[in-house]
Design a protein around this ligand. Structure first.
Ligand code: FPP
Length: 245
């Protein structure tokens, strides 16, 4: 029985978040420039998107570029932005054909003009699609997202649109960039690092974490199925006891 066949259809997560890590190390081990690792990071993105769509998973969030990544050498940033645009252009047809919707979270104003334009066009073009939603976290920082939400909440309170006692988790979530997107049930991080690195901090309060030593360019559909199988064997208690479930 293949890993895919072992998956229990009605126990799949609705939303999977992924920290795609290890591109640089993968390239360096091969004696190549770091960008070679990013270029080879596109195939696993394809694999995960395809597998998610086939399995009926509704949301996949990919951490493609963090706010902290702006501190990298300019050459690497430029190459990554170029890769993003060329990938978007190449993938547009596939996304449309497969009813996939693209969304972004993060501060897109920091991206180069053409990258932002291409992204916005694809978000627009796929906005009516009803299958899988792929959310690209770009120039994203979860702390910044929370601070922006706090600012907006204060502004609304000052403007008399909001009373302090009205604030609750649902209302707070509506101020986050992920408003309307359910919390991820599973978060995968590749490359053997055991950190959340400023990714979906509020949203991952009850998320199951899965770490693999595989470097992102080596991650394939089979590795994804393995993570999903591992998730299916977890007992999600949300603070309750096993007996209460
Ligand atoms: C982390 O590896 C990866 C990134 C910062 C970029 C991720 C980008 C891609 C996978 C390219 C394709 C993406 C899309 C959405 C088309 P790292 O550079 O931090 O690796 P290291 O920790 O080994 O240095």
């Amino acid at each position: 029985m293949s890993l895919k066949e072992k998956l229990i259809k009605d126990k799949l997560p609705n939303h999977v978040a992924i920290i795609m890590d290890g591109n640089g190390r993968w390239a360096i081990r091969k004696g190549a420039a770091r960008i070679f690792g990013h270029q080879n990071g596109v195939t696993p993105v394809d694999d995960v998107v395809k597998a998610s769509a086939e399995l009926g998973i509704k949301f996949v969030t990919l951490y493609a570029f963090s706010t902290e990544n702006w501190g990298r050498p300019l050459e690497e940033i430029d190459a990554l932005m170029g890769l993003l645009v060329s990938t978007i252009k190449k993938e547009t047809k596939k996304l449309l054909e497969n009813n996939i919707r693209l969304l972004t979270i993060g501060d897109l104003t920091k991206l180069p003009e053409n990258t932002r334009r291409e992204l916005n066009q694809l978000v627009q073009a796929t906005s009516a699609n009803t299958g899988l939603t792929v959310i690209l976290a770009l120039s994203y920082s979860s702390r910044h997202e929370i601070i922006l939400a706090a600012r907006k909440i204060i502004q609304d309170a000052i403007a008399g649109k909001l009373l302090p006692e009205e604030m609750n988790p649902e209302l707070f979530e509506s101020y986050l960039q992920t408003a309307g997107i359910p919390d991820p049930e599973l978060l995968i991080r590749t490359s053997g690092e055991y950190r959340i690195s400023n990714f979906l901090l509020y949203q991952s309060a009850y998320t199951e974490l899965y770490f693999t030593s595989k470097l992102w360019p080596d991650f394939r559909a089979e590795d994804y199925y393995e993570a999903l199988l591992d998730y299916q064997n977890r007992e999600r208690r949300f603070g309750k006891t096993s007996e209460q479930l």
